[in-house]
Design a protein around this ligand. Structure first.
Ligand code: PHB
Length: 395
């Protein structure tokens, strides 16, 4: 699992150039490439996992995007949206061809989605070269808004380094000199989440008891890793897992008896949405950092939670919010860039100002990431169901 080797990327880019030449599509004019006139339809690609470990996350993103459309007459920028959905799958092997299909065959005006950091890294050049706007609504790969920033790639979610760094000082304070064990899924996001956490944790005086990366998408039995944690003498654990892996990890953490002995921390994906429901009591007490919780006590969030609950008969998740906000920024940008091409749309992204989101107001920063607060959350049993209670804002 990882970024395709350079040779592969160059070959991929060559194929793209040929495909674009054959299709006569050198850019993403809204008129030609699935765009239509300022008043007509606009074709948008939704690239989310419909299979694999992250399939439930993809479903949440789809639901969040669709809710925004339903609340806005099925339109973005005044144009009726024709949504083309493609399966990201579990990694670049499936995610990259799916993105290529949306750009070259379906000729969408923009693509929204992507859960997995390795997929985001694998498709970055495709969007940069084809000049089709990409709005990443989850994948946090640091380079996407760092060393590999592109005019055509924007993000409504987070960067792995930032969402994890938000928790470091708080954990250093809570363990008061005790060592912390670091464990994560073995791919780009897991490595970056650990690095981000470690940077602020160590700067605040924290020390590491051990560091382990578990095979991504292949680990069902965490017991050998949990034994190592126990033997390490760690006073706390910091982890990054999401989707099906988060369910297994937290359940087994409790079944193996660690939950009573060693407090568990992580980025908020560890206890989010359907994952938390499946974990049930096993998740009580787990503390995480994230830029959203259903429990955020604001009128905007309450209104959103109610609308989502009504439409989907389940509470929303951070994935739904990130995709809902992706629809909101596309709506604003397509309005501003009426009739323009991909270049006009991404120029508009840079000018849209504050987004009134269920997570609170945020704006794109200079790197194309949201400028937003992060919260310390703790899983508590609230009214029969588990919730991520908001403890405080992290600085
Ligand atoms: C990522 O690969 O960047 C990723 C995946 C799932 C999450 C968060 C980040 O929940």
């Amino acid at each position: 699992m990882g970024v395709p080797p350079l040779g592969g990327r160059i070959a991929g880019a060559g194929l793209l150039t040929v495909a674009l030449a054959l299709s006569g599509c050198g850019g993403s004019s809204l008129e030609e490439s699935g765009g239509a006139e300022a008043t007509g339809d606009v074709k948008i690609g939704l690239l989310v996992p419909l299979s694999g470990v992250y399939a439930p996350l993809g479903q949440d993103m789809r639901n969040g995007f669709q809710l925004y459309l339903d609340q806005h007459g099925g339109k973005l920028g005044g144009r009726t949206v024709k949504l083309v959905t493609a399966d990201e799958g579990e990694g670049p092997q499936t995610g990259v061809p799916a993105a290529q299909k949306l750009v070259t065959q379906d000729q969408v005006a923009a693509v929204v989605g992507i859960v997995n950091s390795a997929v985001a890294l694998g498709v970055r050049n495709l969007f940069d070269e084809s000049k089709v706007p990409l709005v990443i609504a989850n994948a946090g790969a640091d380079a996407i808004t760092g060393a590999q920033k592109s005019d055509y790639v924007w993000r409504t979610s987070f960067s792995n380094g930032k969402v994890s760094a938000a928790l470091g000082a708080a954990v250093a304070q809570e363990v008061a000199g005790g060592k912390v064990y670091l464990i994560a899924a073995d791919y780009a996001a897991g490595k970056e989440m650990v690095a981000g956490f470690k940077s602020t944790f160590q700067a605040a005086g924290g020390t590491v008891a051990g560091e382990k990366y578990t095979p991504f998408g292949k680990t069902q039995d965490f017991q050998p890793y949990l034994s190592e944690i126990l033997a390490s003498g760690a006073k706390a654990v910091y982890s990054f897992y999401a989707g099906a892996e988060a369910v297994s990890f937290v359940q087994q953490y409790q079944q193996f008896g660690l939950a009573r002995k060693i407090p568990l921390y992580g980025t908020g994906f560890l206890t989010e949405g359907g994952v938390l429901k499946a974990q049930g009591q096993a998740a009580v007490g787990v503390k995480t950092s994230l830029h959203y919780s259903t429990e955020l006590d604001t009128p905007r969030n309450k209104e959103f939670v109610d609308a989502y609950q009504k439409a989907l008969t389940a509470p929303p998740t951070v994935y739904a919010v990130q995709a809902y906000d992706a629809a909101a920024v596309l709506d604003k940008a397509l309005t501003k860039a009426a009739g323009g091409d991909g270049a006009a749309v991404v120029k508009a992204f840079g000018e849209i100002g504050p987004v009134d989101s269920p997570r609170g107001q945020w704006s794109f920063d200079a790197s194309h990431d949201p400028q937003q607060p992060y919260y310390l959350r703790e899983v508590r049993a609230g009214g029969g169901a588990m919730v991520n209670a908001v403890v405080r804002e992290l600085s």
